[in-house]
Design a protein around this ligand. Structure first.
Ligand SMILES: Cc1cc2nc3c(=O)[nH]c(=O)nc-3n(C[C@H](O)[C@H](O)[C@H](O)COP(=O)(O)O)c2cc1C
Length: 434
């Protein structure tokens, strides 16, 4: 198996190769939270860049709750024309373009909502950026399920060739899955079967709305890496349920805003025990061993569902080695595609991931390594890295040649852009002059 091989999905769709540009939040929406020409430009650049599948950044199903200002929101047909243009750009050259649908739950910044929703009123404590959430009512849970179905239906109408449900990284569905955040005592909390009810209900509703021949993917954590959180065992069980529900592709990542394993942060080096890397038999990516364990659980149960692993791939050799193992069918990359948009073609030509794409310059000197014992520093460092990549994709979308700013400058620019987006949104948000 190598990167250039095609992949047929259970619904009948076919991907032209095994390289995926995975989700990267764009922050490019207009003041109505609709897609813009920047989305079209950026995704056309990526589509011409050779990947078989592009997954959009978080598209929100409810404009009251965003992961960041600048998210596209799809809750009715008002932005359909702009979505069509985005879909046209991203499906150039027979590339698949899937919309990642998401609800942030408690990971919704104060800049957007002073009272976000969550399974239970358990606050996210991160640099004071997130307000205490309110526990959702049954009616609000039903509303969220309907919104995912509606968003998927509109994505299909607009020309997207698939959808992904974001159940990873500590967003709403992942909060329901976590016993740490979900303290409910009704049918949506308690046992894993109850905690997974929201995810499975959303998958069923989305399938009902898009039909049998349309790809549905789920992005799931291998684990939350949090004491008392969602575990690898839970993840294996969810994978079995998702396979039974007819999901076409399961993407494996891990962590949350609190525990940024998704971006390679391994916690306080003094106390960190990182099974994803330390005990890694494969030594490729952050979550490969976990994805292999999930694949094994599926095989043991006689179930089949394509698997993709994302996070930390920085060489072609590592990607090919993982595919050669046989249990994982696709490899996802996010940051390398922000730095090198034509990475797909380069990999297919046999080239490696360019050195300048391996990481922003925040991997650090001795001082920054010492500082990693402090959580605030680690969060800022990871945020600087994310901002560096987010600024690059924003510049690509605007048609500029990306400049190489320091992570600190990128973070300031990134925060400024989010603030400007929040102030421009229509209708005005409570407390924000417009
Ligand atoms: C700028 C940026 C934006 C991201 N936005 C999203 C997102 O919207 N949804 C998501 O599931 N993951 C998001 N991620 C996480 C990536 O999809 C991926 O899981 C992570 O970056 C690890 O992959 P990498 O090592 O190839 O970058 C984002 C990452 C970056 C750097």
């Amino acid at each position: 198996m190598n990167l250039s091989h095609t992949l047929s999905l259970p619904c009948g769709a076919r991907l032209k190769n095994r390289i995926v540009k995975t989700a990267t939040s764009e922050g490019l929406a207009d003041r109505h939270d609709h897609a813009t020409p920047g989305h079209r430009r950026l995704y056309e650049i990526w589509a011409r860049g050779g990947a078989g599948l592009l997954i959009t950044g978080n598209v929100m199903v409810d404009r009251r709750y965003l992961e960041r200002p600048g998210n596209v929101v799809v809750e009715d047909a008002t932005g359909l024309q702009a979505l069509r243009a985005w879909a046209a750009g991203g499906t150039t050259a027979q590339t698949h373009l899937w919309m990642q649908m998401s609800h942030p739950g408690r990971q919704c910044p104060k800049l957007v909502s002073k009272e976000p929703l969550a399974p239970s009123a358990v606050q996210l404590d991160l640099l004071g950026n997130y307000a205490r959430p309110r526990a959702m009512s049954e009616a609000e849970i039903d509303d969220v399920i309907a919104r995912f179905g509606q968003c998927a239906n509109l994505a299909r109408q607009a020309g997207f060739t698939g959808v992904q449900i974001n159940a990873a990284h500590g967003y709403l569905i992942s909060q329901f899955l976590s016993p740490e955040v979900n303290r409910r005592e009704d049918r949506w909390g308690g046992s894993l079967a109850h905690r997974a009810r929201l995810l499975l209900a959303i998958v069923a509703r989305v399938r009902e709305r898009v039909g049998a021949d349309f790809p549905i993917s789920v992005k799931l954590n291998a684990a939350d890496f949090q004491r008392g959180g969602f575990s690898l065992e839970d993840s294996c069980q969810c994978a079995l349920w998702l396979a039974a529900a007819g999901v076409d592709l399961l993407e494996i990542s891990g962590g949350s805003f609190e525990h940024l394993r998704l971006l390679g942060d391994r916690g306080d080096p003094a106390t960190a025990e990182d099974p994803a890397v330390a005990a890694s038999a494969v030594k490729a990516g952050y979550f490969t061993d976990y994805a292999l364990a999930i694949g094994q659980a599926l095989r043991d149960a006689g179930r089949a569902m394509p698997l993709m692993v994302t996070g930390g791939f920085r060489s072609r050799e590592a990607m090919e080695r993982v595919l050669a193992l046989g249990g994982i069918q696709l490899v996802g990359l996010a940051r390398p595609f922000c730095a090198t948009p034509d990475l797909g073609h380069r990999l297919l030509r046999g080239e490696d991931i360019p050195a300048d794409a391996r990481a922003a310059s925040c991997t650090g000197n001795a001082l920054s390594r010492w500082l990693t014992r402090f959580k605030t520093w680690r969060v800022l460092r990871v945020q600087g890295d994310v901002a560096w990549h987010a600024r690059r994709l924003a510049q690509l979308a605007q048609g500029y040649n990306p400049e190489n700013r320091s992570p600190a400058w990128s973070l300031i620019g990134h925060m400024w852009a989010d603030m400007a987006h929040a102030m421009r949104r229509k209708p005005p948000l409570p407390g924000i002059a417009n």
